[in-house]
Design a protein around this ligand. Structure first.
Ligand SMILES: Nc1ncnc2c1ncn2[C@@H]1O[C@H](COP(=O)(O)OP(=O)(O)OP(=O)(O)O)[C@@H](O)[C@H]1O
Ligand SMILES: [Mg+2]
Length: 235
């Protein structure tokens, strides 16, 4: 039976941006990458953020992932006001609340596929044994059982992307953010990653926000946003 508390939680947005701006630099060279953005995203939406190069997509995702601080405005994610977190709380937020998948994966090059996933589990306090076991399960789910001991340099782009996805999902974050997740993949592997992201929403009730130029994501998304010159509007 659904309690009032869980009902209230399910109605509150997972992302809530109020009048958010992000300016890089200052004076004559200042760039307003995000310009007075208001945006709410509800749980279990699959949001696609489209927009030309330089529109501010990565900057916006980085603000939501707690990787950048806004110049002004407030950023709430999963009910937490990120502006109010100290460095330690922010590190905890980044580890547990969001799974971030970067365009070029950003795997640790000296660690194997297995160790890349294990690392976040260890950071979250799992025992060596538990981390190993969980990482193996995740990589198995993403079809990488035969690649556990490979270094990133010895994996294909699609395999690296799936390791990055496994790592992002290891601690079961409610919000998954992916920046151009299909950008460096061929069409078949791109389809596979889209299918995995869609599954996260449909089968696990997570919320997915993807920035991309890839029109195939239009079919998977439940909502499309257009980003241009730092502004965001419904597409
Ligand atoms: N660290 C930085 N310092 C200064 N300017 C930056 C920095 N990062 C981004 N910018 C500028 O901010 C603007 C938005 O950049 P951003 O990377 O968010 O765009 P994007 O929509 O992700 O583009 P792309 O599709 O090419 O990835 C651009 O004009 C960019 O040059
Ligand atoms: Mg970008």
């Amino acid at each position: 039976m659904e309690t009032i508390a869980s009902k209230a939680a399910s109605l509150s947005p997972i992302v809530d941006l109020q009048d958010v701006c992000k300016t890089y630099g200052s004076g004559r060279t200042a760039v307003q990458a995000v310009d007075h953005v208001n945006l709410t995203i509800q749980p279990q939406e699959f949001v696609l953020l489209l927009g030309p190069s330089g529109a501010g997509k990565t900057t916006l995702l980085s603000l939501l992932g707690g990787l950048l601080q806004p110049t002004s405005g407030t950023v709430h994610v999963a009910g937490v006001n990120l502006n109010r977190l100290n460095a330690r709380q922010l590190a905890h937020f980044r580890l547990h609340r969001v799974g971030f998948v970067f365009q070029f994966f950003q795997l640790m090059s000296a660690l194997t596929a297995h160790e890349n996933v294990e690392l976040v589990l260890r950071l979250a306090g799992r025992s060596r044994h538990a981390a190993r076991h969980e990482a193996e399960g995740l990589l198995h789910r993403f079809g990488l059982s035969q690649r556990l001991t490979h270094l990133p340099a010895h994996l294909s782009g699609g395999e690296q992307q799936r390791v990055a996805l496994a790592r992002a999902l290891a601690l079961q974050p409610p919000l998954v953010i992916a920046d151009e997740p299909t950008g460096s993949l061929d069409s078949h592997l791109g389809e596979e990653v889209i299918r995995l992201l869609r599954q996260l929403v449909d089968e696990e009730g997570r919320t997915v926000l993807v920035a991309s130029h890839d029109p195939r994501l239009m079919k998977a998304a439940t909502r499309v946003l257009q980003c241009e010159d730092g502004k965001v509007r419904e597409g």
